[in-house]
Design a protein around this ligand. Structure first.
Ligand code: ZN
Length: 420
């Protein structure tokens, strides 16, 4: 007999890597997957946002809890062990203020065991010169920073960060106060969407004479506290500012592709030693390795070269390690590393890794290039098994319930004539 005849397998034990922190999520948007993909007049970010607002208008706490439970379970199964939930859908469907929506997110995270950093976002205007639209007014807006602070305090005991939605939705004076609030109530975590869409960058330049990051720097807000989400259209000087000031950038490659935002020039940023994380943002994918792969592949498509973001130990180790470290900054927990003092948030790859036939030197590169949630055998959060064989779970009924809910929401989205 000739050909394949393995001797003793060369592997010896599982490969364990730190669980990936998810630096940016809007869990409720999980219900939009696949919507808005038909031919339309202007299929851009803003038409997608109108669709998303229709969804936001019909979600109450029960719907939020189930959608977030589904999204967080899927994240866990695909390597995310903690998540920064950037929450701007604050008030109930009747517009009544309260913390019911936020508490629904907290319950969802507890139910599946993902480590949650809740990052409520302040929202005060429809745009640089735009009035609030009905959904923004009813669901997103607190009428003052003091009211927003009361809301944060009512969430006592929940690990919090503080967000300003974006520079188009929050004026400079409020941004400064939110920066202070982040230090007082948010463990120093200040999140904000920056430079995702060209239009908001152009408007920022027109209104403030500076791009969003440069404008934030004029307010003294580009600091190690800053978690700058997207940064797709940050110019070279702004990218340099982020590095020099020690800020953290949260890239969301799948969403940035899905919403046709653009491709962040990651090679230059990483070469400068910039800190970065990944986030799943709109949650069309909830998969750590696919975010990293798309980050690298975007650079390949632009440069015409392979292995743009690889380090000396290959591409998988470098990207997973960098993103896990930056992700720990975005969620504000001692995670993302395997070392004394860090939480035992762990991802265990299948053994042997069938992508390589069990070559540990190549396992992480193979995981990055060809891996998926199937390559992951087990996921632990704080040392507790949260995904993988051996845990009783409610996944089957949860998925069925969530599927029915998503169908119901999609019908309701188009029932209200007054929706945007
Ligand atoms: Zn976002």
């Amino acid at each position: 007999m000739t050909g394949f005849a393995p001797a003793q397998p060369p592997w010896d034990g599982f490969v364990v890597i730190p669980g990936m922190p998810n630096g940016h999520s809007h869990a409720f948007q999980r219900a939009l997957v696949g919507m808005g993909e038909r031919v339309e007049e202007t299929p851009n970010f803003w038409s997608w946002r109108a669709l998303m607002y229709r969804l936001a208008a019909v979600i109450g706490p029960d719907e939020m809890e189930l959608l977030a439970t589904l999204a967080y379970l899927e994240m866990l199964q695909a390597g995310f062990t903690s998540v920064a939930e950037f929450l701007y859908l604050h008030h109930g469907p009747d517009g009544r203020p309260g913390v019911a929506m936020a508490e629904a997110v907290v319950r969802a995270a507890r139910r599946v065991g993902i480590r949650l950093r809740l990052v409520p976002a302040y929202y005060e205007r429809g745009g640089f010169e735009a009035a609030l639209d009905p959904v923004q007014k009813m669901r997103f807006v607190h009428h003052s920073i003091d009211a927003f602070e009361d809301y944060l305090r009512a969430l006592g005991g929940v690990p919090l960060g503080v967000a300003a939605h974006s520079i188009r939705a929050v004026c400079p004076a409020s941004l400064e106060r939110l920066g202070e609030l982040a230090v007082r109530l948010g463990d120093g975590l200040f999140h904000i969407h920056v430079a995702e869409q060209r239009l908001e960058v152009e408007e920022s330049r027109r209104f403030y004479g500076a791009g969003p990051i440069a404008m934030l720097d004029q307010l003294g807000l580009v600091t190690p506290h800053l978690q700058a989400v997207h940064g797709t259209h940050a110019d070279r000087a702004e990218r340099r500012l982020l590095v020099e000031r020690g800020a953290n950038l949260v890239l969301c490659p799948t969403t940035e592709a899905y919403l046709a935002d653009g491709i962040f020039p990651a090679v230059e940023y990483l070469d400068r030693g910039g800190s970065w994380a990944v986030g799943t943002d709109a949650n069309v994918a909830r998969d750590a390795v696919s975010e990293l792969r798309l980050l690298e592949y975007g650079q390949r498509l632009c440069s015409g070269q392979r292995s743009n973001l690889a380090g000396r130990s290959g591409i998988g180790t470098r990207l997973w390690q960098d993103a896990a470290r930056g992700g720990a900054r975005a969620v504000g927990f001692p995670v993302g590393v395997l070392e004394p003092g860090a939480f035992a948030d762990l991802v265990m790859l299948e053994d042997p890794c069938l992508l390589t036939g069990g070559d540990p030197d190549l396992d992480l590169d193979a995981f990055l290039i060809g891996g998926s949630r199937e390559t992951i055998a087990r996921v632990y959060v704080g040392g507790r098994l949260r995904s993988g064989s051996g845990i009783p779970n409610e996944q089957v009924s949860l998925r069925a319930d969530a599927g029915r809910l998503i169908g119901w929401l999609r019908e309701r989205m188009f029932e209200r004539p007054g929706s945007p």
